[in-house]
Design a protein around this ligand. Structure first.
Ligand SMILES: NC(=O)c1ccc[n+]([C@@H]2O[C@H](COP(=O)([O-])OP(=O)(O)OC[C@H]3O[C@@H](n4cnc5c(N)ncnc54)[C@H](OP(=O)(O)O)[C@@H]3O)[C@@H](O)[C@H]2O)c1
Length: 320
């Protein structure tokens, strides 16, 4: 059981190294999932030392925030968790589009607070880069929300260092949420070093590459949810990626880890990374991933695994 909490960047937030990802409540991307096992997972999270939840207003157009809010209120658990959410996708009308305008941010923050049934958001993140709104306009809205006590700290997601710098001229940016995994190492050259240099927190998403790195699927597995539309999740590319996972199995076993735990421990070994956000559907998933946070990997094994999965990814890419 991991009860170790770490400081998120320069904030006063103390978070677990595993963060509970709740994008899974977005039927468009994950199909309909059962809510009762998911609710049990939230309770289980606390038992296994996970006190950090990531969501977004856009996950299921409010569904994820709404269900979280209902459950945390019903069980009186709001104050047990550090709650991170995001804004960016305006889904008020049928055609969703990026929107980080002053008025929209103020309106959408109220909507998130209402859905989450809370009076404050611990970490409010800009979901992605909006080319049409000036960073000083965004900061005006966010700094107002902070003065009102509705938001404690700000983060960003999917931004490069230059974009982060633009926001930082007008507001504090304490945390980056980038994709990062054994199958997606694009952040290593610029974003992760930048965050280290700024003493920012980093909470990485898709640590299992949406499940592939868990090692639980057979090579001819057919995904029954919208992942089947992703070319990495079918046919030859899937087979190549899963061959890579088979190759790292002995390394995982050497450390008494499942492939899923190994993949997450690999991420948490990077010195820039504060927490890995794992997408959770049931109590077993949060319980079995929690031990990944207990230690780090030896350098040699970290590089060995990276090399194996980089090769598998290159081979899969050739099949796309
Ligand atoms: N900021 C952004 O733009 C952004 C983008 C994507 C995600 N995120 C955040 O990051 C979170 C995680 O990313 P993700 O959902 O893309 O992918 P992920 O965490 O890499 O994969 C999630 C999938 O892994 C499997 N899994 C989870 N725990 C497991 C365990 N203990 N053992 C075996 N398999 C396990 C489940 O697959 P099955 O469904 O097959 O059981 C689950 O649906 C999201 O929930 C969200 O909060 C943010």
């Amino acid at each position: 059981m991991n009860r170790m909490l770490v400081q998120l960047g320069k904030t006063d937030l103390l978070v677990s190294r595993i963060c509970f990802g709740s994008w899974q409540l977005s039927p468009k991307f994950w199909g309909e999932i059962d809510l009762e096992p998911w609710r049990e997972a939230i309770k289980k999270a606390l038992d296994v030392g996970v006190n950090f939840i990531d969501t977004a207003d856009a996950y299921g157009d409010g569904h994820s925030e709404r269900e979280l809010g209902k459950f945390l209120r019903r069980e009186n658990l709001r104050d047990e968790f550090v709650l991170a959410t995001k804004f960016y996708w305006n889904f008020e009308k049928d055609q969703r589009h990026p929107d980080t305008s002053y008025d929209y941010i103020l309106r959408e923050c109220e909507a998130s607070l209402k859905r989450l049934q809370t009076d404050h958001i611990d970490l409010y993140q800009i979901h992605s880069w909006d080319p049409l709104t000036r960073p000083d306009e965004v900061a005006l809205a966010l700094n107002k929300l902070r003065r009102q006590g509705k938001v404690r700290w700000f983060g960003v997601s999917n931004l490069n260092p230059e974009q982060m710098r633009l926001y930082m001229q007008h507001m504090d940016v304490e945390c980056l949420q980038p994709p990062y995994s054994l199958l997606d190492r694009r952040m290593e050259d610029a974003e992760l070093p930048f965050c280290l240099s700024q003493r920012m927190g980093v909470i990485t998403y898709s640590p299992l590459f949406r499940g592939i790195l868990s090692g639980k699927y057979a090579k001819d597995h057919t995904f029954q949810d919208p992942r089947s539309n992703n070319p990495y999740f079918t046919g030859e590319p899937l087979k190549r990626l899963l061959e890579g996972v088979d190759e790292i199995r002995p390394l995982a076993e050497k450390h008494h880890l499942t492939p899923a735990q190994f993949a997450v421990r690999w991420i948490l070994t990077h010195p820039a990374v504060t927490s890995a956000i794992v997408g959770i559907k049931n109590a077993e998933q949060i319980e079995t991933i929690a031990p990944a946070a207990e230690k780090t990997l030896p350098t040699e094994d970290w590089h060995k695994a990276a090399k194996i999965m980089s090769r598998a990814k290159k081979e899969a890419d050739k099949m796309l």
